[in-house]
Structure formats: C-alpha cells, structure tokens
Design a protein around this ligand. Structure first.
Ligand code: DQA
Length: 146
C-alpha cells in the first residue's frame, strides 16, 4: 500500500528563494514540494505538503497526522531551538518523524546548535540545502516506515 507522508515547513520557509539565499539557497518552497511529491511517487509514497508560521497551527497539523499518516518530515524553522510544544506533539502522535534543515545548524550561531525537536524524531538531516529534504524522505521510507 502507498505510504502517507506529511511534509511540514515551519516559520519563514515560505520565503525560501528570497530569504538569505547565501544560507538557504535559491530554491523556493514550492519547488521543494514538487520534488518531494515526485520522489514520493518513485518511492511509493503520497506526500502532503504544509507550511505555517504559527506554532499552534503546526501542532494542529501534526496532531491531524494521527491515524492518517505513516510518517512525518519536518523542518521546524526557528521553532527547532525552543518549541517543546512541537516536540510534545510529535511524541504524542508516535509517528516516525525525520527533522530536516537546509543549513548545517551545528556550524552556525550558538542558539541554533540545540534542537529540542531532535529527541522526538528518529533521525535528522541537515546541511545539504534542499537535498536535506530528499535524503530525509528516502531515509524515512526505507529505514523507519514499515
Ligand atoms: C533552518 C535552520 C533554523 O535555525 C532557522 O531558524 C530556519 C531554517 C534550516 O532549514 O536550516 O528557519 O531550519
């Protein structure tokens, strides 16, 4: 059966392509979504894409995955570094989730080095630009979604 994957982009990721391209590249969120949908098809997965700038909306979306999705890919944006509520939401639905970052958060400012989301996830992919998303999807499907 086709796997059902939810791709979630957090705050400011709707600005990809415009936002600090020297750090995040010139690919837009829409282009990433298209590539993810296409890769999903090749891997036997249906990828639903979602973006919000609001913590509560992101939590609602994660909760909606319960019983409806087989796994989650999430770039929590800056919420990565302090949202215990998003951490708890991922734990609550108990779905395999892979955390994604375009940039290498370990080699940037001090505050980016901590991810409070990571312990709720089964894996993290960072620093590969838009390819972080593609690698994360492949990992999620091959290693974690049964
Ligand atoms: C990011 C890294 C975060 O620190 C930042 O706040 C973002 C994007 C990334 O994809 O590299 O919004 O998650």
């Amino acid at each position: 059966m086709e796997k059902r994957i939810l791709l979630i982009h957090g705050p400011n990721l709707n600005m990809l392509g415009i936002r600090e391209p020297e750090i995040y590249g010139r690919t837009t969120m829409e282009q990433i979504n298209q590539e993810m949908i296409e890769l999903g098809k090749r891997l036997g997965a249906e990828v639903e894409c979602y973006q919000s700038n609001s913590e509560g909306a992101l939590i609602d979306k994660i909760q909606s995955a319960y019983g409806a999705k087989d796994g989650i890919i999430i770039n929590p944006g800056a919420y990565t570094h302090y949202s215990y509520a998003i951490h708890d939401a991922i734990k609550a639905v108990a779905l395999p989730a892979v955390e994604v970052h375009l940039s290498d958060i370990q080699s940037r400012e001090e505050f980016r080095r901590i991810s409070v989301i990571r312990p709720a996830c089964c894996d993290q992919v960072a620093g590969l630009g838009k390819d972080s998303y593609l690698v994360a999807l492949e990992k999620l499907i091959t290693d974690y979604v049964s």
